[in-house]
Design a protein around this ligand. Structure first.
Ligand code: NDP
Length: 609
C-alpha cells in the first residue's frame, strides 16, 4: 500500500497567531465551572437503568458460591484478552463476568446505525494472526467486531466461561481464605483467588445534566442502548423506517453522533443536531481488504503494523519508516516525513522538529476546516461546523456523509456553544435561545464516564482490600499503583486501562499488554506455590515517584484544548486523567515491565502463602 502526503494549505496561507488566538477563545467560551459535574449518571433520568439489557433476555439462574482461580470482571476486549492470555499460560480456572448478555463490551452495547471502528481494523482487532481472521475492510462495522469476539471465545475455548447479565456489587478480600469474595446482583458469592478489573474505559454512559430532562414526555435513549423498536431497522440493517414523520434531536457531535447522524437525517422528518463543539471530520477511505495484500503478509505483520501505527499516530515516524496505516490519525507525521524526504532529510533539532510539527498541525486543521466549506452550502452552518483547536484535542473522525446532511432541508444544526451546552428541556422538546423546539425523540450521543469519580465509573458499591480498607479511600487523591497494574493493600487484584503506565492509542494493544502482564504474574505466583501477591509499600512509592518524575508534559492539552473527556472538562487538578502516562514512551514502559517480569523474582512484591 503506497501512502502519500495530504494536500494541506501552506503555512503562508494561515495566520497562525490569529488562529491560535481563536483556539484559545473557543476553549474559553466552552469552559464550564462545574467541569465533569455537569454530567449525570443514566438510571435516574431518561434511560431506565443502564444495566438493563434491551438486546438479550435475561435468563434466571441459581446464585454461584464456589471457588474459582481468576474472576475477570468484564467481557469486552480487556476481559477477552485476559481470558486468552490466561489460557495460553495454562490457567483455565477463570470466569468472565459482565452485565451485558454476551461477549463484546463496547461492541455488545453499541448497536447504533452506522457504527464502525475509527481505527484501522488490521491494528485494532487483536490476535489476527493467531485466529487467521481477516476483517472485511479497513474500518470494520460494529457487528463484524462483535462477531469476531465470538470467534475468539470459540477458537480459544472459553465461550462457556462467560457469566452474563451479572453486575458486580462488591469485592471483599478475605485474609483467612486468601481470596476475593465477588458479590453480584444475582446473589453470587464467588471466592476468587485473583481478580482482573477489565471494565474498559467507555462502558458507563453519561447524560448532560440538563434542566427539565425529567419533564420531557417523548422518547429518550442513549446511543449505547439504541432502541430499534422505536426507530425501526436492526443492528445489521439500519433502515430506520419507523422514524418517518418523527421529529428527532441528537445531542452531541462526537465519534458516535457523527456516524449515526446520516441515518437519522435520511429517515426522520426533522432532525436537530445539537452541537457544542464541532469534531474534525475527514473523508473516510474504507477499501475492502485486498486479498493480494493478505497473501503478501509475513508472520509478525500485525505486531509490526501496530508498532508502525503507534509511531505514526502517537509518537514520531522514523526516517524512511513507511506509514502503513495511512489514515487521518497518521497524517501529521506522514506529511512531515514526506516533506523531510523531499528536502534530503535535513538535520533538525528537537525544537525545529516540534516547530514543523506545530505548523503541520495548523495546516491539517485548516485543510479540515476548508473541507467543511467545500461541502456545506449555508455559510453560517459551515462556519459553526468548523473545528478550531489542535488536531489531537478531540478524537479525529472520518465520515463521508455527515457534512452533506446539513444541505438537507430537514436537518438543522443547533449551535449551543454560547450557552456551553443545551441547558433546558421541556415536556415537548428542548429549549434553546428562547425557542422551544417540539420533538418526538431525544437521542443522547453524550459519551461515557471516562475519568469521573471511580465509584461512579466502576459502579461497584464496595471494594475492600486488606484490613477492610476501601479502594475508594485508598485512592481518594488519585490512583496509587505499581506499574499501573497492582496496589499495595489490595492483593491479587489487577487493574487495566490508562492508569500510571505507558500509553498506546490502539486500545486493544494497551489493554492486551496489561492482560498479558496479569496472566504472567498470576502464573509466576502459582508456580511459586503462593496464594497472594501485592506490591510492597516501598516498591509502590518508588514507582509512583519515578512515574511522576517522568510524567508526560500535558501543558498544551490542559491549557489550550477545548474541554472534553480528554482533558477532564478542563479541570487541571483532576485526580483521574486519561493521558497521564509514562514519559519515556510506550516502548520504554514495555521494556521496563517486560524485564521486570522476565527476571521472574517478582521484585518489589510481597508474596504470601
Ligand atoms: P463524546 O464524549 O466524544 O461526545 C459527547 C458529545 O456530547 C460531545 O460532542 C459533547 O460536546 C456533547 N455534549 C455533552 N454535553 C452536552 C450538552 N450539555 N449540550 C450539548 N452537547 C453536549 O462521546 P461519543 O460517544 O461520541 O464518543 C466517545 C468515545 O467513544 C470516542 O471518543 C471514542 O473513543 C469512542 N468511540 C469510538 C468509535 C469508533 O471507533 N468507531 C465510535 C464511537 C465512539 P463537547 O465536545 O463540547 O463536550
Amino acid at each position: 500500500m503506497h501512502c502519500q502526503a495530504t494536500k494541506t494549505p501552506p503555512a503562508s496561507e494561515i495566520d497562525i497567531a490569529a488562529t491560535h488566538a481563536k483556539y484559545l477563545q473557543e476553549r474559553a467560551r466552552r469552559m464550564r465551572k462545574e467541569g465533569g459535574e455537569q454530567y449525570v449518571s443514566t438510571g435516574k433520568v431518561a434511560v431506565e437503568d443502564y444495566t438493563h439489557d434491551p438486546f438479550t433476555p435475561v435468563s434466571p439462574r441459581e446464585p454461584m458460591t464456589g471457588e474459582i482461580e481468576v474472576a475477570i470482571l468484564g467481557a469486552g476486549w480487556t476481559g477477552v484478552l485476559a481470558a486468552y492470555h490466561l489460557s495460553q499460560a495454562g490457567i483455565t480456572g477463570f470466569r468472565l463476568f459482565d452485565h451485558a448478555g454476551g461477549f463484546g463490551g463496547t461492541w455488545y452495547w453499541n448497536r447504533y446505525p452506522g457504527l464502525q471502528c475509527d481505527n484501522d481494523a488490521y491494528c485494532y482487532l487483536p490476535l489476527l494472526e493467531e485466529t487467521g481472521f481477516m476483517p472485511s475492510k479497513q474500518f470494520s462495522d460494529g457487528y463484524e467486531i462483535h462477531d469476531y469476539f465470538q470467534l475468539i471465545a470459540d477458537k480459544f475455548g472459553f465461550r462457556d466461561k462467560g457469566v452474563f447479565h451479572t453486575v458486580i456489587t462488591s469485592l471483599k478480600w478475605d485474609e483467612a481464605i486468601q481470596r476475593w469474595h465477588v458479590g453480584t446482583n444475582r446473589g453470587d458469592d464467588i471466592k476468587a483467588r485473583f481478580v482482573i478489573m477489565a471494565g474498559g474505559t467507555l462502558s458507563t454512559p453519561k447524560l448532560p445534566g440538563i434542566k427539565g430532562i425529567d419533564r420531557f414526555k417523548g422518547k429518550m435513549f442513549h446511543t449505547s442502548r439504541w432502541d430499534h423498536d422505536y426507530t425501526g431497522g436492526t443492528w445489521r440493517n439500519p433502515v430506520l423506517d419507523k422514524l418517518k414523520g418523527k421529529r428527532v434531536a441528537i445531542i452531541g457531535t462526537g465519534a458516535t453522533a457523527c456516524q449515526a447522524v446520516p441515518y437519522l437525517a435520511q429517515y426522520a422528518k426533522e432532525l436537530y443536531v445539537i452541537q457544542r463543539t464541532p469534531s474534525s471530520i475527514d473523508v473516510r477511505v474504507n477499501p475492502p481488504t485486498d486479498p493480494e495484500w493478505v497473501k503478501s503478509l509475513k508472520p509478525g505483520w500485525q505486531r509490526e503494523r501496530q508498532y508502525n501505527f503507534l509511531h505514526a499516530a502517537n509518537e514520531i515516524l522514523q526516517r524512511d519508516e513507511p506509514d502503513l496505516v495511512c489514515d487521518i490519525w497518521t497524517e501529521i507525521n506522514r506529511n512531515l516525513n514526506v516533506e523531510r524526504e523531499a528536502q534530503g532529510w535535513p538535520e533538525l533539532s528537537m525544537e525545529e522538529f516540534m516547530a514543523r510539527r506545530d505548523s503541520m498541525d495548523y495546516r491539517v486543521m485548516e485543510r479540515l476546516r476548508r473541507r467543511v466549506d467545500s461541502i456545506v452550502k449555508d455559510p453560517k452552518t459551515a462556519e459553526a461546523l468548523k473545528p478550531y483547536y489542535r488536531f489531537m484535542c478531540k478524537r479525529p473522525l472520518s465520515n463521508n456523509e455527515f457534512y452533506e446532511c446539513f444541505n438537507q432541508p430537514n436537518v438543522h444544526l443547533i449551535d449551543v456553544a454560547e450557552t456551553q451546552g443545551l441547558r433546558e428541556m421541556s415536556e415537548k422538546g428542548f429549549v434553546h435561545d428562547g425557542v422551544e423546539y417540539e420533538i418526538d425523540c431525544m437521542i443522547f450521543a453524550s459519551g461515557f464516564e471516562v475519568t469521573s469519580d471511580l465509584k461512579r465509573r466502576w459502579g461497584i458499591g464496595e471494594v475492600t482490600g486488606r484490613n477492610g480498607v476501601s479502594i475508594y479511600d485508598h485512592w481518594a487523591d488519585g490512583p496509587r499503583t505499581f506499574h499501573g497494574t497492582m496496589a499495595h493493600g489490595f492483593p491479587n487484584m489487577f487493574y487495566t486501562g490508562y492508569v500510571q503506565g505507558g500509553l498506546n492509542g490502539n486500545t486493544t494493544t494497551q489493554f492486551g499488554s496489561q492482560a498479558y502482564h496479569a496472566a504472567q504474574v498470576i502464573g509466576q505466583v502459582q508456580a511459586k506455590g503462593k496464594t497472594a501477591v501485592e506490591p510492597s509499600k516501598e516498591a509502590e512509592d518508588a514507582y509512583i515517584k519515578r512515574f511522576h518524575e517522568l510524567e508526560l508534559d500535558l501543558s498544551i492539552i490542559l491549557n489550550e484544548c477545548t474541554p472534553s473527556y480528554f482533558t477532564n472538562e478542563g479541570d487541571k487538578e483532576a485526580k483521574w486523567f486519561l493521558f497521564r502516562g509514562w514519559g519515556l514512551g510506550w516502548d520504554n514502559f514495555q521494556q521496563m515491565v517486560g524485564e521486570w517480569r522476565d527476571k521472574g523474582d517478582l521484585e518489589g512484591m510481597v508474596l504470601t502463602g
